[in-house]
Design a protein around this ligand. Sequence first.
Ligand SMILES: C[S@@+](CC[C@H](N)C(=O)[O-])C[C@H]1O[C@@H](n2cnc3c(N)ncnc32)[C@H](O)[C@@H]1O
Length: 365
Amino acid sequence: MQEFATKYGTVILQDSLEYMRDSIDLVFTSPPFALLRKKDYGNVEADEYVAWFENFAREFYRILKPMGSLVIDIGGSWIPGQPTRSLYHFELLIMLVRKLQFYLAQEFYWWNPAKLPTPAEWVNVRRIRVKDAVNCVFWLSKTPWPKASNRRVLTPYSDSMLDLIENGYEAKLRPSGHDISEKFQRDNGGAIPPNLIAIPNTESNSNYLRYCKEHDIKPHPARFPARLPELFVRMLTDIGDSVFDPFAGSCVTGEVCELLKRQWICCEIVPEYVEGAKGRFVMAYPSNNNKEANYYKILNPAVLWNGSSTEGYDDLPADGGKQRPTFEEQDHTLTKSENPQKSKVEKVQAIQPRLLDHRDQYNTE
Ligand SMILES: C[S@@+](CC[C@H](N)C(=O)[O-])C[C@H]1O[C@@H](n2cnc3c(N)ncnc32)[C@H](O)[C@@H]1O
């Protein structure tokens, strides 16, 4: 059932398994994950996930053009009741490659710097795991040579690279064995991005949200940021190519494709999400003013550790955190020990020279 159409695309309100049309250049999607904390739209259990997804994946293979790509954004999950991880997304990847004959063109990692520290029980209460802030983004293809160019997604050069382009570099063999030739001095218009993508998921002032508010529609609870599909739509398709999102949600993929002049089809099974998606294409709404940072800094994890002493820190829990700390004990952990956050600024300043010493010692660059 076609719900609405735009200049370049169509939104279909239907189970995508029953709606698959061929000649697609890119299937880009974020399926429901096998989450422990279920979303409104329902999530498949981890142990049934691979079999459930296989039906869709066979169809993706069929409808993709020979040079096309399948890109899946998928988050990890936890084993119920214990602080260990499910392997479901890795099993999915292995099924796609081993059983359905997709090639893994490359795996990406989407780091959401704004991700809240969850699951609270393991991360905030027992303090035995760190926050899970990275999704896997698997780029698969039907041939080892899918249509692609990283020239479409260059990023600004770093200051040191600009300096190198300007002032040159003495060609030499690095300690790592890499041969740095004069070619490194060439200005290629920008730096090639890595497969770690840093995009905060913090949409707060968009056309979509304003539209939902004004029409009393509940916004989709698991939207990805537009920058995510944008990267792959730019890198893997040309203007006029066809993009399909079979688990479209609020239709971010459609909005990105509309702006980039790709033909697109978004399929979504929940009518309210499709209603909300209309807000992405209502031009009466002023454009999005979200302010984005260009860079995210990933701190060296040692910044607050400094030195070999663990004085002032509690011993590691002998039972691995199995016994839940009482409320008082949780509080106690922060006051009895030296709270690493307390004098963060002074600590970071104080250790800079030592970090440099450490680097010299091991001759890393
Ligand atoms: C993780 S959400 C996608 C969110 C989307 N990327 C966005 O940014 O708004 C997955 C969506 O798939 C939808 N869905 C689940 N099974 C479906 C099916 N068989 N056909 C179409 N949509 C389905 C769910 O209703 C949900 O909205």
